[in-house]
Write a protein that binds this ligand. Sequence first.
Ligand code: PLP
Length: 362
Amino acid sequence: MSRIFNFGAGPAMLPTAVMEKAQKEFLNYNDMGSSVIEISHRSAEFDEIINRCDSLLSELAEIPPNYKILYVHGGAQMQFSGVPLNLINYKPARKATFMLTGNWAVKASKEASRYGTSINAISSEDASFSYIPKWNPSDLDLESSYVHITSNNTLYGTRWHKFPETGDIPLVADMTSEFLSRKIDINQFGIIFAGLQKNLGPAGLALVIIREDLLGHALPETPSLLNYKVYEEQHSLANTNNTFAIYMMSLVLEWLNEQGGVGKIEIENSRKAALLYDFIDNSDFYEGTAHPDHRSIMNVTFNLSENELLSDFLEQARAAGLYALKGHRAVGGVRASIYNAMPYKGCEALVDFMREFEKDRG
Ligand SMILES: *Cc1c(COP(=O)(O)O)cnc(C)c1O
């Protein structure tokens, strides 16, 4: 059986070696005569899995000891509620500042406004979120409990190369579409969260990394299963967690470790992105949509100069085993999501296809 190159934004492709390992031990985990999805979340075997996940994450992301790792229900968007519920009360004015660099930040801002005041500091909506606006730290409202950014804008193919300096005010980052794809100094952040389904595992669960002094500020009405303090105290097992997702993530992390870790994969990711961007920049037939200074190495977005060829492009790509290249409905065009699991040869196959398509139709 040959596997397609899946350029979908998420759920995204996982490393084949990870899928094979999961398949191999699916019926009989660790010689227990039982599947990993059939054992208790309080068993010694699962305890070993979640501990391994913690230690691999700490090592790979270089998480300092004063940060806690939580596995929180509901994926990334659930944290659009989870973060304000846990942190908007950090300062009495109950304000939070949002950097609107895309739809996910807009959604997060709206959700937070249920619990306090959302301040929208910058926005690139005027140019279809194709760039990261400049921001002056002296404009920061010092009554803010936190500042929220989307570190990589999945829909538009932009990212923050350098994160905003917010001084004593905790910086919160939605890193769903790039966590563990590049080296990041965790100390710059109060909270980092990421839904698993792009770079870490299957959908439905979020990884939350929180500086420990930010725990314990939740609004009284916070549901227990969104209260980060409850997660911290009970090692994310206040109720039956998504054991399969945690297990799959542990396999993805082991795989990443075998690849040489985040520094190595960042070099590989940059090489993959450069292959695509260089080709696009040297062509009159394809046009990149993100501002060159703010380009993502995870989501590469572009248009065809003749838009009426788009549906043929997507159809023929699909037939050539290049799957899910359609841009997000809010943006249109083409989007190639090239997360950690996308091999270099997948990007080569895409460039070869683009060259042929241009030759035929350009
Ligand atoms: C995909 C994505 C989300 C949404 O994730 P869900 O788990 O579906 O809620 C949120 N933020 C970013 C940056 C994303 O890429």
